[in-house]
Design a protein around this ligand. Sequence first.
Ligand code: GAL
Length: 417
Amino acid sequence: MRHARITSGVAAIALTLAAAAARATDIEVLHWWTSGGEARALAELTKKLEASGHRWRDFSVAGGGGDNAMLLLKTRVVSGYPPMAAQIKGPEIREWAEEGLLADIGDVAKAGNWDATLPTVVANAMKYEGRYVAAPVNVHRVNWMWINPEVLKKSGVEPPATWDALISSADSIRKAGFVPIAHGGQPWQDFTLFESVALGVGGADFYRRAFVSLEAATIQSPTMIKALDTFKALRKLIDAGANNREWSAATAMVINGKAAVQFMGDWAKGEFAKAGKQPGRDYLCLPAPGTDKTYTYNIDSFAFFRQRQDDARKAQADLANALMGAEFQENFNLAKGSIPARTNARMDRFDDCAKRSAEDFRATAQSGGLVPSVAHRMAAPEAVQAAMQSAVSSFFNDPGMSSRDAQARLLQAIAQR
Ligand code: GAL
């Protein structure tokens, strides 16, 4: 495992130094929430902690999807200064816990009755060997399509129900003067688009076998080739300026009427909200083509690095409690675009996209359509996720790379387990 290789032998040093470095009331938290909407959501957290007497020390690392943040986290841990808490998600929570670096926050969870307050799928993702080591703040849905209805109307195009429909409407959209798909050419954004295509083309069972169970036969199947072919066809629907564009700049293209659609998780809604836009009127949220009975979930959570000093541990407990607060989760998620992680959260202040997300989360959990987002580090071990992302992104951007080549790279990726 990657972390183990990178950080082995430094755990003990890290813990000693962390104790020395932490000031009792300083809460240093690593995160990658730097866009307009994300910063607005984060302010809810800093406000809450500062009101309870702590000092927020911001450790933000720009770069959507968290690739940069996770690299820097490793550097900090290796050099002996882990932050008090870090935005760590999915199977990586377990990978860090296996190294003995994470604090057990089981007492806080017990006192707060987290087991009864969280959906099972969320609670399980926060635990290592049955004990909580992380606290969740939300559930993001990834398989969304954000639409500018005005742009579609001017292009004489209906919201696409299939990927093929979108591909065939591209000419009309372009002729009307718009970019069909707003996209940022960064590996994680390519992977985000790909997972929605794979889900739409292959369905939940295919997706789960390929990206959660990591089954070779599914990676090698004709369905995977179809997903890859469809994905590659979408490359032509993206403008020349996409290279390295931030996801929020791509969202702005939909907001400002330059592009027809964006495929992105509902943190994009945070940008629409910040711009004062209303769903149903200024923009539409629809599941990506072919994915309306399915749901790719992405849970934002914070894991806690072990501390020696009582004051630091107390500050961590306060942070954990704050993250799980009902009122906090409501305010935070209204700005973030996601829905509260807590079950039975009040949804009356939320918009229709969030209400639909909450409804579909419940329904797909029952139907089997609920799957973890592989692009957002929820489904596979980090080494596999990284290798898959690199395969998918190279394929998308290299005209000479065939679907067969990409399939072979994906097969190599699952061997990283
Ligand atoms: C995701 C994260 C979201 C959002 C997005 C873009 O991985 O879960 O909260 O911030 O990246 O930065």
